[in-house]
Design a protein around this ligand. Structure first.
Ligand code: PBG
Length: 340
């Protein structure tokens, strides 16, 4: 029996199939008609690490990412813009001597992030600059909130500092403030503080469902920001839960969030979908450092085709319901998409 003989016998007696989904997959054009989701650089926010020094320093667990000097940051932002990526989010590496119990450097008017925002907006007014609000890069304890002497993370006291941090970022020119700290009530408090200071146009992208995830490992290496003691489980969400994400969503909407986020993305596609179906706000998802590191490591070993898996992962996040994706692949993906 050869394929040829099978073909000639079958064509004479085709199966009686009224439905043949393969008809819609026959050609690139037909597949284009049926395509439900697509990726474009306009969907990306590009996370960038910065440090207060000269030169760019590679990050071992995140190949292709560096701690950028301010000059390096401006070059990277210019490159991203030219490739269609219109937004960056900044993460500062803070030297140990500037980290304190009360994380005062978080709202220093001449802090690294504040200077970086102003420098970016001066050079590229159209670039949408997003900033992270949380104390971990500035806290000697490495936590997103203030730590009491007995080791508890203090909620309301932290929120007061987060407001100062958000305000200093808005003052420097930030377009979108993104609180990643997971304290209760921070969105309302930050909205109030921004409005009272006249920053009614500055938006809030809330990390609504941010999980206590092991996928943040490489990020904490990149910034030396891992907690010195304990973990983040009393404020970040339990990976076992998804109903709880809807509760956080409801509160963030009531408190005035403009956009909501799910983080990480790849292992939480179901949460992205539930949030998408429960809100009219734009939904963002963060493809975090560990997701990026996995794809990089397997690709470096020749086990996966980097371009194909990276684009497929991003597409899956969009299909799950994300409007916007924060991804370390933003620039590279924009280039890959332009080649197609
Ligand atoms: C800080 C913050 C973290 C990430 C973004 N903002 C780390 C953490 O919460 O421990 C992780 C991003 C990534 O892993 O790519 N609050």
């Amino acid at each position: 029996m050869t394929v040829k003989s099978i073909v000639s016998s079958l064509t004479s007696s085709p199966l009686d199939l009224p439905h043949r989904p393969r008809r819609n997959r026959r050609s690139p054009v037909m597949r284009g008609f049926a395509r439900e989701t697509w990726l474009s650089p306009q969907h990306f926010i590009y996370p960038l690490f910065i440090h207060d020094g000269t030169g760019n320093i590679p990050i071992a667990s995140m190949p292709g990412c560096e701690r950028l000097s301010l000059d390096g940051l401006y070059r990277e932002a210019e490159g991203a813009l030219s490739e269609g990526v219109g937004s960056v989010v900044l993460f500062p590496a803070t030297p140990e001597h500037l980290k304190t119990e009360l994380a005062e450097h978080a709202y220093h008017p001449e802090g690294l992030v504040q200077r970086a925002i102003a420098g970016l907006k001066q050079r590229f007014p159209e670039l949408v600059v997003v900033t992270d609000v949380a104390l971990d890069p500035y806290s000697s304890a490495g936590h997103d909130g203030l730590v009491s002497p007995d080791g508890r993370i203090l909620n309301d006291e932290t929120v007061a500092i987060l407001c100062k941090q958000a305000l200093s970022q808005a003052e420097a020119g930030a377009d979108i403030i993104a609180p990643s700290d997971m304290m209760d009530g921070r969105v309302a408090a930050i909205r109030g503080a921004l409005d009272a200071a006249g920053h009614t146009e500055v938006a809030i992208l809330s990390y609504t469902a941010k999980y206590a995830s092991a996928f943040y490992g490489p990020f904490r290496d990149a910034l030396d920001s891992a907690p010195k003691a304990g973990d983040k489980k009393t404020y970040q969400m339990d990976p076992a839960n998804s109903r709880e994400a809807l509760r956080e969503l409801e509160l963030d909407e009531l408190e005035g969030a403009d956009m909501v986020m799910v983080k990480p993305a790849g292992a939480y596609l179901d949460v992205i979908r539930r949030i998408r179906e429960s809100t009219t706000l734009p939904v963002a998802a963060y493809q975090v450092s560990g997701e990026y590191a996995m794809l990089k490591a397997a690709s470096a070993n020749g086990w996966l085709n980097e371009r194909d898996v990276a684009l497929e992962s991003l597409l899956a996040i969009r299909r799950a319901g994300a409007d916007v994706i924060l991804t370390y692949y933003a620039r590279q993906a924009a280039r890959w998409l332009a080649e197609r």
